[in-house]
Each structure stands twice: as C-alpha cells, then as structure tokens.
Design a protein around this ligand. Sequence first.
Ligand SMILES: NC(=O)c1ccc[n+]([C@@H]2O[C@H](COP(=O)([O-])OP(=O)(O)OC[C@H]3O[C@@H](n4cnc5c(N)ncnc54)[C@H](OP(=O)(O)O)[C@@H]3O)[C@@H](O)[C@H]2O)c1
Length: 323
Amino acid sequence: MKAMVLDRFGGPEVLYLADIERPRASPGHVVVQVVLAGVNPADWKVREGWLAPYFQCQFPFVPGFDAAGIIAEAGESVEGLKPGDRVVTPGNQGVGERGSYAEYMRAAAERVIPLPDHVSFRQAATLPTAGMTAWEATLDNGKAGEGARVVVNGGAGGCGSFAIQIAKMAGARVAATCSAPNTDYVRALGAEHAIDYRKGKVAAAIRHWAPDGVDLVVDTVGQGTLIDVLPAMKRGGVICPIGTLIPDEPRIDTAAAQAAGVTVIPTISTFAHQPRQLRALVDALATGKIVAPATTLLPLAEAGEAHRRVQQGHVQGKILLEI
Ligand SMILES: NC(=O)c1ccc[n+]([C@@H]2O[C@H](COP(=O)([O-])OP(=O)(O)OC[C@H]3O[C@@H](n4cnc5c(N)ncnc54)[C@H](OP(=O)(O)O)[C@@H]3O)[C@@H](O)[C@H]2O)c1
C-alpha cells in the first residue's frame, strides 16, 4: 500500500511516499481503508521525535492519529463492525502502531465508531484528536454547564473549534481568543465575544467580558499566553491547559491558583474516555448540535507541507490529507 513514512526523526522533508506492507486485522482490531487522514500538531511532534518517551516508533513509521474511512477487514471477536462500514477512529498510533497517513490502518475496534450515512468523511475526519481532547477539557475536566462563563484560548484551531461548540452545547456562554482574521469564524462557532490576542491585554478583555469572573478556561495554546488570567477567574473556577509537550513553557503558578480558589487541571486525551467521547461527537455532528471545523484538503503526498502549515500554528480548523 501507499503511505507517507519516515525512516528517522527530523523536519518535514523526512516524510516520503513509500510502498509498504498493508496491515492485517488481528483479534479485537479492524483494518480501515483510509479516505481522509486528519493532521494534528502531535504529528509534527512525533516526526521530530518528541513523543519517543511515550511510545517506540518502528521505522519506517507512518504518522497520523485520525482517520475517516471504510472497514476493509474485521479481526476475530470484533462485534458490531463489518467490512464496508463507514467509520471514524483515532487509530492505534497513540500506542506506537503505524498511523493514518496511509491507504490502510489497523485500529482497536473499541475506538472505531460507525458513521451515520449523512455524516461525510470530511466532517468525520476532523473529530478524533481535536474533538476528544476538547471534550476532555471542556466537559470531563472543566464541567462546563448551563450559564457558565467559558474562555477558549485559541478558538480558531482544531481543539478550539470544538471546545467553543461543546461549551455552547452544554449551555455555557463563550468567549474565544484568536487573531483578527478569525473573529468571524469563532463567532460563527458560537463564541459571543472574540478577543484579538494580538492587541494584547487579553486578561483585561476577559475581565471586561465577565466582570463576575470566568468559570472555565480551556487553554489550547499554552506557551504562557494566558499566564496572567487568574485575576479574571471566579473562586471555584477551573483552568484546563491542554498538554502541548512544549518543554519549559511558562505555566500558571499552581500555588497562586490555589490561593485564588482556582483549580488547574492539565488535560490530555485519555484512552479510556475516547470511545465515549468520539461516539458523542459523532452524535452531536449527526444531530446538528455541532458542525465540523473549517477544513483544508491536501493530497497525501503533501503531508510535509501540511506539517509546515500546522507547525506555524495558525491553521483555521483542520487540515485533512486525501488518501
Ligand atoms: N496532549 C494531548 O492529548 C493533545 C491533544 C490535542 C492537542 N494537543 C495540543 O494542543 C495544542 C492545540 O492543538 P490544536 O489541534 O488545536 O492546534 P492547531 O489547530 O494547530 O491550533 C492552531 C490555532 O491556534 C491559534 N493560535 C495560535 N497562537 C495563538 C495565541 N497566542 N492566542 C490564541 N490563539 C492562537 C491560531 O489562531 P490564529 O491564526 O487566529 O492565531 C490557530 O487557529 C497543540 O499544542 C497540540 O499538540 C494535545
């Protein structure tokens, strides 16, 4: 099969198109024929070797967590999934197996969710990593609820596009940070207030929007961009910084947060929660409670270009690779 692979860690140029052996189904696993692969910041971090402490990459390695496609083969003891079914999955790359930048990918059946007919592959491929992580931050950890004031730092990216909508779905009022060209985009997703972070004074703008304080901050950007947000928080508020893996990035002082009555819950996507979250995201998409983020399609062979764009940190919504 065709796949974008790397033989060593490095820049985008280490990715190349190769013919490699097609994966086979195994007990509890299916093989998905990938139609669209989602690109995430984690993919360039994998490519540069940042995730080497978490799982071993066997070269030639195929990056890519997210896939929407069709079941090609179902292994022993797989129930409720059969060849021909349209599905979405975060695959097995998170446990070090080959990923979704390929014609076929193996995936554990419990993390493979069937798609209703009217949910397109293009919508579905945006969901796994960004959607599940936003769900983890906004609902599982952040407990956004009716009337809560929620700030999404980085509202125009993959995680941010979902976090805004998930908070709105829970009945919260949402403000989001973004650059000026993305203000209409985050408003269309449900943010009642867009804060242009390039103008500076973001914490002051948040205080102005929520004079009684903010209940939840979902921080998808990190890098110390909201290090001064504590005075804008309610006592009892929660800050969920999504794990960027950026070494030595400035972080909120947890002692100061504690003194302000604010809980900081570092958030990563949790394997055990993924099937429930992905099923809920598919349902929300199918019933129109959320929409897919903006998408840009690139051919599989341009995965290196996709990485360059994602690495610059200003993609609106998601980039998807067409297999
Ligand atoms: N550990 C985990 O389980 C996990 C899972 C998912 C994601 N993550 C991490 O979470 C982070 C976000 O992921 P993602 O997929 O959402 O990334 P992304 O889609 O690449 O985010 C890009 C967005 O960030 C916005 N942005 C950049 N600088 C900003 C700033 N200073 N203030 C506000 N917005 C800013 C950009 O908006 P503008 O163009 O308007 O600036 C752009 O739309 C990444 O570091 C990723 O690795 C971790």
